[in-house]
Design a protein around this ligand. Structure first.
Ligand SMILES: *Cc1c(COP(=O)(O)O)cnc(C)c1O
Length: 362
C-alpha cells in the first residue's frame, strides 16, 4: 500500500477526530481487500463469519479496555449520541417516573430536552449561570428518580468531570468525547454511551456499554430499534450495523491496546494537556476560558486577550499545518481538541507558535 499518502496535518478537530496513521492505512487496505478475502470491507455481509468476528472483537475490546464487568453488553448503533439522548429516557425512565440531569453544556442541554419529551425531568445541577465554564459540585441527586445523567466531558466548553458524582440511583453517562481517555469504574454506570467519532473511531457508530439487568423495567412498549435490551440480546445485529465504522473503531481500539491501554493513554494525554495549558497560563496574550480545576484534557478552550489579533494568529497556525482549532461556532475563540491519537509533536508545534506569537505581540 505504498501509494497511499497523506499530507501531514496537525489535526485538532473536535470531531470527527484524528485517528492513528496506522489505522488509516489498515482501513484503506481493508476497503480494497478485507483480510485477503478478495472482498472489500464495504461489500461483505454483516452476517458473514469474518464480520461476526470483527463485531465480537470490537465488543470485547470495549469491555477489555474499560475493564467492564463480564455481564455488561456492548452494542454499536447508528443515529449518533444524539439519538442516544432520546433512547436513554425511553429505556431507563419508568412510565410516570422521572429522571435527574446535570446540565454542563450544549450536549447536556440537548439530552435534557429529549428527556423532557419522555417524562418528568429535573435538572439537579447546572453551570449555565457562568456559560458552562465550570463543573457543578456539591449537589444532591434525588433517590426517587429513575436515573441520573451527566456528560463526562463538555466538548464545546472544554470542561471535564474529574470526579464523578456519587449517586443513589443508576448513573447514565454521555462519554462521547472522553471515552478511553482515562480509566473509569464501569460498574458504577448503568450505561455509558458515546458517538464513536470523538475518541474511538469514525462517524457512523455510537457505542452503548450497559448492564442488561437494569433494562426492561420501565413498563414502556418500545420499537425494537429503540430498545437497548433488544439490541443487546441480538448482539448488535438486530439490523445491519454500521459495518465500516465498527471495523475502524475495532482497529483504533487495537491500537489503544498496543499503546498500553487506557491507563497508559491517560498519562500521555495528561502530558499533552499540561504542555498546552502551561503555555496558555504562561503567555499573557492567551487566556483559558474555564475554571482551572475543571479543565478538559481532551478539549482545551482559550481566547486571545486582544481579539483584534485573531487574523494574525490564525495565519500563523494555518501556515504551520494546524487544522481545526477555531472554537465552536457558538462560542468563538479557540479550541484545541487533543483526542487520543493526536501526537505530542502536534502539541509542541502549537505551543512553539504560541510562544512565537506571544514574543511578537506580547
Ligand atoms: C459530539 C457530541 C455529541 C453528539 O454526537 P452525535 O454523534 O453527533 O450525535 C453528544 N455528546 C457529546 C459530549 C459530544 O461531544
Amino acid at each position: 500500500m505504498s501509494h497511499i499518502t497523506k499530507v501531514k496535518v496537525h489535526n485538532y478537530s473536535a470531531g470527527p477526530c484524528i485517528l492513528p496513521q496506522e489505522v488509516f492505512e489498515q482501513a484503506a487496505q481493508a476497503v480494497l481487500d478485507f483480510e485477503g478475502s478478495g472482498l472489500s470491507i464495504l461489500e461483505i455481509s454483516h452476517r458473514s463469519k469474518p464480520f461476526e468476528a470483527v463485531m465480537a472483537k470490537a465488543q470485547s475490546l470495549v469491555k477489555e479496555l474499560l475493564g467492564a464487568p463480564e455481564h455488561y453488553q456492548v452494542v454499536f448503533l447508528g443515529g449518533g449520541a444524539s439519538l442516544g439522548f432520546h433512547m436513554v429516557p425511553l429505556n431507563y425512565m419508568k412510565v410516570g417516573g422521572k429522571s435527574a440531569y446535570a446540565n454542563t453544556g450544549e450536549w447536556a442541554t440537548r439530552a435534557i430536552k429529549e428527556s423532557k419529551l419522555v417524562g418528568d425531568t429535573v435538572v439537579v445541577a447546572s453551570s449555565e449561570d457562568k456559560n458552562f465554564s465550570y463543573i457543578p459540585k456539591g449537589f444532591d441527586i434525588p433517590a426517587d428518580a429513575d436515573y441520573f445523567h451527566f456528560t463526562s466531558n463538555n466538548t464545546i466548553f472544554g470542561t471535564q468531570w474529574k470526579q464523578f458524582p456519587k449517586s443513589p440511583i443508576p448513573v447514565v453517562c454521555d462519554m462521547s468525547s472522553d471515552i478511553f481517555s482515562r480509566p473509569v469504574n464501569v460498574a458504577d454506570f448503568a450505561l455509558i454511551y458515546g458517538g464513536a467519532q470523538k475518541n474511538m473511531g469514525p462517524a457512523g457508530a455510537t457505542v452503548y456499554l450497559f448492564d442488561p439487568e437494569r433494562l426492561g423495567a420501565t413498563g414502556r412498549k418500545l420499537s425494537p430499534m429503540l430498545d437497548l435490551k433488544n439490541h443487546g440480546a441480538k448482539e448488535s445485529m438486530y439490523n445491519t450495523p454500521p459495518v465500516f465504522a465498527v471495523y475502524v473503531s475495532m482497529l483504533t481500539m487495537e491500537w489503544m491496546k498496543r499503546m498500553g491501554g487506557v491507563a497508559a493513554i491517560e498519562k500521555r494525554n495528561a502530558v499533552r494537556a499540561k504542555l498546552l495549558y502551561d503555555a496558555i497560563d504562561r503567555l499573557p496574550v492567551f487566556r483559558g476560558t474555564t475554571a482551572v480545576e475543571d479543565r478538559s484534557v481532551m478539549n482545551a478552550t482559550f481566547v486571545l486577550t486582544d481579539a483584534a489579533l485573531e487574523p494574525t494568529f490564525d495565519a500563523l497556525w494555518k501556515e504551520a499545518g494546524i487544522s481545526g482549532i477555531r472554537g465552536h461556532r457558538s462560542l468563538g475563540g479557540y479550541r484545541a481538541s487533543m483526542y487520543n491519537a493526536l501526537p505530542i509533536e502536534s502539541v509542541q508545534v502549537l505551543v512553539d507558535l504560541m510562544e512565537e506569537f506571544a514574543r511578537k505581540h506580547g
